[in-house]
Design a protein around this ligand. Structure first.
Ligand code: GAP
Length: 514
């Protein structure tokens, strides 16, 4: 646990030191669970957005984009069920006066059991070496099976109690598991109560005429209320999807773990409208498709897993999370939900306007069903950033800090260095920058020894460093150094663009999804 905490602290401080993520309003001591993305963070975020948008909108003939407003008519949230049911179960510790999400306390307890399983796996892998079969070990080892059963039983009970709104049982579970307040160690808990997560605000010039609004807690509703407008103007036929990227806001109580759980965050959501009765098939297809998208980035298959929900949200008939191995354990990265016709039917009911589709093959009208994929952009950022940060021991006995961000997403694709600040080398390096910048984000750096410049760019996540030396003036060649292998090649200046392009081209990365 201490190692996990240290690793996570390293991630947070690296994100700050290298211009990725800053605490919001830091000069005023910050605002809890609100963050700003700095020069490198903004680029990484932009690249993740594009990677998602291209995979969703550009590569699917039957998915179109949307950019709906954050403010929506307040009845939207009544219809969607958020006013009545978008709650978190909260519990206070009477001694420390700290407030927690009751379900998170239980889930953290289960995460500790899962950590024990991981430890057993690691021990066995070491013991058996190459002959180790992880699947078989997980299915047969007595201790692991006991841990799995314990974790499963706890989660099942939590799911059932939350589904039945049996908050007294959630408290009982916390007491039975003897969960203590992480701050004080005390087990003196209040009852569990529900707390609505939406932020309210007002629209209008005077207090009397102002209208109560909410900041949207998910982008999905902007898609639902525009469903018919988009369908008619795009002449889409079912099945088709609408994709959107935008800000969402939630008054998270347990706002911790850096950009994992924020109060203002960004979602990348897609609602896929389908014929009723086909939801199971589409739900499975989208689970598979989304996992392929993740795996195309090469962060390692072992770092992902599906978690099927026991407790379903008020709108879903099936739901699963894609979980990622964050520095603090496996946690939700993306949700795939079969939302039935809940949202469209509710908007139809509350607005009095028909939200139906005329199916020419069936010759009838119906309210479509929806399968949704929903991923937090900030969580995806954290998954990539934390997974990429490595401390590597080098052959010469030193270590290097390197940020092995997939080259396609790296904020800066190449840094160009003159070996020395004279003899015409800076001019030639600048010429190379001026040529490359039309295609990629590149930077020029002439400060410090070349070795230090390499280290700086390793830590920055830059996949290529190009060094201009005296030979470059004679034969128009440079050295190109690869971040991950530290390998250096002598190449013609004329070939540099193609070499970089080959590694960072979105097309070839996305093609790995097929
Ligand atoms: N429209 C469905 C929906 O909003 P959700 O599971 O509540 O479902 C979807 O959220 C995704 O949004 C999550 O998987 C997560 O990646 C991201 N997300 C949710 N709350 C977040 C928060 N407070 N901070 C950062 N990301 C969040």
């Amino acid at each position: 646990m201490a190692k996990q905490e240290d690793d996570f602290k390293r991630v947070i401080s690296h994100a700050k030191e290298y211009g990725y993520v800053f605490q919001s309003s830091e000069i005023y001591d910050g605002l809890s669970a609100v963050y700003d993305y700095a020069q490198n963070g903004a680029e990484l975020k932009k690249n993740i957005r594009e990677y998602w948008w291209r995979a969703m909108v550009q590569l699917n003939d039957n998915i179109v984009g949307l950019d709906a407003a954050i403010f929506m008519h307040p009845t939207t949230w009544k219809a969607s069920g958020h006013v009545d049911a978008f709650n978190d179960p909260l519990i206070d510790n009477k001694d420390s006066k700290k407030r927690y999400r009751a379900d998170v306390l239980v889930e953290d307890y289960v995460a500790k059991i899962e950590n024990k399983i991981e430890k057993e796996v690691a021990k066995a892998a070491k013991r058996f070496g190459d002959s180790f079969d992880k699947k078989q070990f997980l299915a047969t080892n007595q201790r692991v099976l006991e841990y799995q059963e314990k974790a499963g039983t706890i989660l099942k009970r939590l799911g059932k109690s939350l589904e039945n709104e049996d908050l007294a049982d959630v408290k009982k579970l916390i007491e039975e598991l003897e969960i203590a307040c992480p701050m004080s160690g005390s087990k003196n808990w209040t009852d569990v109560k529900q707390f609505n997560l939406m932020f309210g605000t007002k629209l209008g010039a005077s207090a009397e005429s102002a209208m109560d609004l909410y900041l949207r807690p998910e982008t999905a509703q902007g898609i639902f209320v525009n469903f018919l407008n988009v369908q008619k103007t795009s002449r889409m036929k079912i099945p088709f999807g609408i994709a959107q990227i935008g800000k969402a806001f939630r008054n998270e109580i347990v706002a911790r773990q850096f950009i994992f759980r924020m109060r203002e965050f960004e979602q990348m959501e897609m609602q896929f409208f389908i014929k009723p009765g086909t939801q199971k098939e589409w739900y499975e297809k989208w689970k598979e498709n989304r996992m392929k998208w993740h795996l195309s980035l090469g962060l390692g298959e072992d770092n992902y897993r599906f978690h099927d929900h026991e407790k379903l949200a008020h709108y879903a008939d099936a739901a699963a999370d894609i979980e990622f191995r964050f520095p603090f354990g496996f946690k939700e990265l993306e949700g795939i939900h079969s939302r039935t016709d809940f949202d469209l039917s509710k908007h139809q009911e509350f607005s009095g306007k028909k939200l139906q589709y005329f199916d020419t093959e069936e010759n009838k009208n119906y309210v479509p069903y929806v399968v949704e994929t929903s991923i937090g952009l900030d969580r995806m950022f954290l998954a990539i950033f934390s997974n990429s940060l490595k401390e590597e021991a080098l052959e010469n006995g030193t270590t290097r800090t390197v940020l092995k961000i997939p080259a396609v997403l790296a904020p800066t694709k190449a840094a160009v260095f003159p070996l020395v600040k004279k003899d015409g080398l800076p001019e030639l390096a600048q010429e190379i920058v001026d040529d490359l910048k039309w295609d990629f984000n590149v930077l020029y750096d002439q400060k410090d020894a070349v070795g230090r410049r390499y280290r700086r760019q390793d830590a920055n996540g830059t996949p290529f460093c190009i060094t201009v030396d005296h030979q470059s003036l004679e034969d128009k060649t440079v050295t190109i150094r690869h971040r991950d292998t530290m390998e250096q090649q002598r190449v013609a200046i004329a070939d540099v663009k193609a070499i970089i392009h080959n590694e960072v081209d979105m097309k070839s990365w996305l093609a790995k999804m097929n």
